[in-house]
Design a binder for this molecule. Structure first.
Ligand SMILES: *[C@@H]1O[C@H](CO)[C@@H](O)[C@H](O)[C@H]1NC(C)=O
Ligand SMILES: *[C@@H]1O[C@H](CO)[C@@H](O)[C@H](O)[C@H]1NC(C)=O
Ligand SMILES: *[C@@H]1O[C@H](CO)[C@@H](O)[C@H](O)[C@H]1NC(C)=O
Ligand SMILES: *[C@@H]1O[C@H](CO)[C@@H](O)[C@H](O)[C@H]1NC(C)=O
Ligand SMILES: *[C@@H]1O[C@H](CO)[C@@H](O)[C@H](O)[C@H]1NC(C)=O
Ligand SMILES: *[C@@H]1O[C@H](CO)[C@@H](O)[C@H](O)[C@H]1NC(C)=O
Ligand SMILES: *[C@@H]1O[C@H](CO)[C@@H](O)[C@H](O)[C@H]1NC(C)=O
Length: 524
């Protein structure tokens, strides 16, 4: 039941016949033919409900329908980690400082082993950074361990005058697709990393799948074979590993730095790679900047933004700064009209913003003007109580996090833009930090300004406080050891979540095993 990679509802057609339009129209069609999003919610809850039911049903039933992977008994496995035949270079710690000791002294949720993959799966891709797309070099974009180029005093025009000098050094030109490098760099120094695979309960595959497919997305010269090239080889490699064979992938995880749909190609001529659909991927947990909400193995993590505090003190200063901002504008919208799309929703928001006079501030992002997270956007978010966050080409956008880091309250029109995405990182009550306005109401003429003006000053302040409280969970620290002290950043939350999830799997299977034994005894 649970580990179906395809959402049952969407399985048949919806994601199969989209080519250059980037699955946009199919999802649109799906949504318009299923106009009530609560149905989706029901299905989702039903799946989760079933998941729990299945585990509490009699053993005989659940074992038939959902066999657990072989029990992990580390003490019986004495094989050393396999070295590959393509052994080439091995990822080494670049600095000699020891990994910080876990604060609780024991890493009670388990330890993580980081595979040393052949270079072709990571370093070689990032080293050839000028070949990552056909237009320009991405070397600067992925420099600084994925954070990108630092702002300098020459960037005054870009960073703007609003940010106090001492906080400017926490800002970078970060690429929204750089997470594979950020995560790899951080996990090498995670406090629960182990160099001994026999003592690990989680195995990280530092494969830059997004960079690998990104190279081949933009030219007709390339075929699906190119787009799957690295993925196919990686899985061949993984399947030879003893720890992978042992668990059938259940205790393995990976970070994919693009949205889930970029790895879910079902027909040769379509967009993206078919990595997630490859059989060996079935049980591997994937961290993604946008997940498929119907896939248990997809986990949504925050997009990397430009803000990377070095320590807790910088973070606290920033929180104080955004809290003290005088917000002159009720709401803002940073986006562009999609001329080619009929009844473009963003066009409607643009019009509403224009019609709201000085209650709304518009940043026109036509012609890629917003790709760098320009100062205009940051300043706008810092001055507005609310920011409008429609879907873009996909359901999520980096702008959601740009907005919240500036202490602005997001307004969503699709549940899948955030509520079904970033569970580990956002408050569990959507209304505590955000506003939801159904897109159909907007199409029907509901005034966004009208809805937002109904919130009292006090309600707005409460929501903003909630957003600001959660900022640590949306940032990726500019330090290989995180923010320090007890504050978790987005990376820490993600890894913690994975370790807890794998521990829950183990506990579930252990209990099952015990019960089977008891049952057998009772039956005798
Ligand atoms: C995934 O796990 C299930 C349950 O343990 C197992 O039956 C299946 O073979 C695994 N899939 C792969 C591709 O290893
Ligand atoms: C694990 O292996 C050890 C040593 O071989 C054995 O004593 C123990 O019973 C095993 N545990 C399980 C759950 O199979
Ligand atoms: C595609 O191939 C043609 C002919 O070999 C070549 O001229 C062109 O530069 C290639 N385009 C890209 C983006 O590689
Ligand atoms: C935080 O980092 C900044 C910049 O490196 C440094 O000046 C400051 O002393 C640090 N604060 C603490 C509490 O470590
Ligand atoms: C983004 O920033 C870089 C500087 O790092 C600049 O060269 C580039 O032109 C900018 N792109 C846009 C679209 O503003
Ligand atoms: C749109 O408005 C009309 C009339 O005001 C109403 O009958 C209809 O139900 C509305 N449709 C939606 C989807 O809200
Ligand atoms: C195992 O059995 C115990 C008591 O016999 C029961 O409380 C527990 O819920 C069972 N666990 C599972 C996962 O079936």
């Amino acid at each position: 039941m649970l580990p179906k990679t395809d959402p049952p509802l969407l399985k048949s057609k919806s994601f199969s016949d989209h080519s250059s339009s980037y699955y946009y129209s199919s999802i649109q069609t799906f949504l318009s033919t299923h106009p009530r999003s609560w149905i989706l919610l029901c299905i989702l809850s039903l799946q989760i409900f079933l998941l729990f039911c299945i585990y509490s049903l009699p053993v005989s039933f659940s074992f038939h329908h959902f066999p657990p992977p072989p029990l992990v008994n580390t003490s019986t496995i004495i094989t050393t980690p396999q070295t590959t035949t393509t052994t080439a270079a091995i990822i080494k710690e670049e600095d000699e400082t020891p990994i910080p000791a876990p604060t609780d002294g024991k890493c009670s949720d388990g330890r993580v082993y980081v595979y040393e993959l052949p270079r072709m799966f990571n370093r070689e891709l990032s080293e050839k950074c000028d070949e990552l797309n056909p237009w320009n070099s991405r070397c600067e974009a992925i420099s600084n361990n994925g954070l990108g180029r630092k702002y300098t005093s020459n960037d005054g025009r870009i960073i703007g005058k609003v940010i106090p000098d001492k906080l400017k050094s926490s800002w970078y030109f970060t690429d929204q697709f750089a997470s594979e490098i950020i995560y790899h760099n951080r996990i090498l120094r995670h406090k629960c990393r182990t160099f001994d695979p026999t003592s690990a309960s989680a195995y990280y595959l530092p494969f830059y799948a997004g960079l690998a497919v990104g190279k081949y997305l933009w030219s007709d010269n390339y075929t699906s074979v190119h787009r799957d090239y690295h993925s196919v080889k990686l899985l061949k490699w993984a399947q030879k590993q003893v720890y992978f064979k042992r668990s059938k992938g259940w205790d393995h995880f990976i970070m994919l730095g693009r949205i889930s749909w970029d790895f879910r190609r079902s027909k040769d001529n379509d967009w993206g790679s078919s990595f997630i659909y490859m059989p060996a991927m079935h049980n591997i947990t994937r961290l993604l900047i946008e997940r498929n909400p119907w896939d248990y193995f997809d986990i949504g993590v925050p997009y990397p933004t430009g803000f990377h505090p070095k320590n807790e003190s910088e973070l606290t200063q920033w929180q104080g700064f955004v809290r003290s901002r005088v917000r002159k504008t009720l709401f803002s919208f940073a986006g562009a009209r999609r001329g080619t799309i009929k009844n473009d929703f963003r066009g409607l928001l643009l019009d509403q913003c224009k019609d709201s006079g000085n209650r709304c501030k518009l940043v026109d992002c036509g012609g890629n003007r917003c790709v760098n997270g320009s100062s205009a956007i940051l300043e706008t978010f810092l001055e507005s109580d609310f920011c409008l966050q429609p879907r873009g080409d996909s359901f999520t956008r980096r702008s959601i996090f740009d907005c919240m880091i500036a202490g602005s309250i997001p307004v969503f029109f699709w549940h899948r833009s955030a509520y079904y995405q970033y569970e580990w990182f956002l408050p569990s009550e959507p209304e505590s930090y955000s506003v939801y306005i159904d897109r159909k109401d907007v199409i029907n003429g509901t005034s966004i300004r009208g809805v937002l003006e109904k919130f009292s000053k006090n309600e707005v302040r409460k929501m903003r406080d909630k957003v600001i409280e959660y900022i640590p969970k949306f940032v990726y620290a500019d330090s290989r050891d995180g923010l320090g002290s007890s504050t978790q950043d987005a990376f820490d939350v993600a890894i913690d979540g994975v370790l807890k999830r794998f521990k829950a799997h183990r506990n579930m299977w252990d209990t099952k095993e015990e019960n089977t034994t008891i049952r057998r005894k009772l039956l005798k």
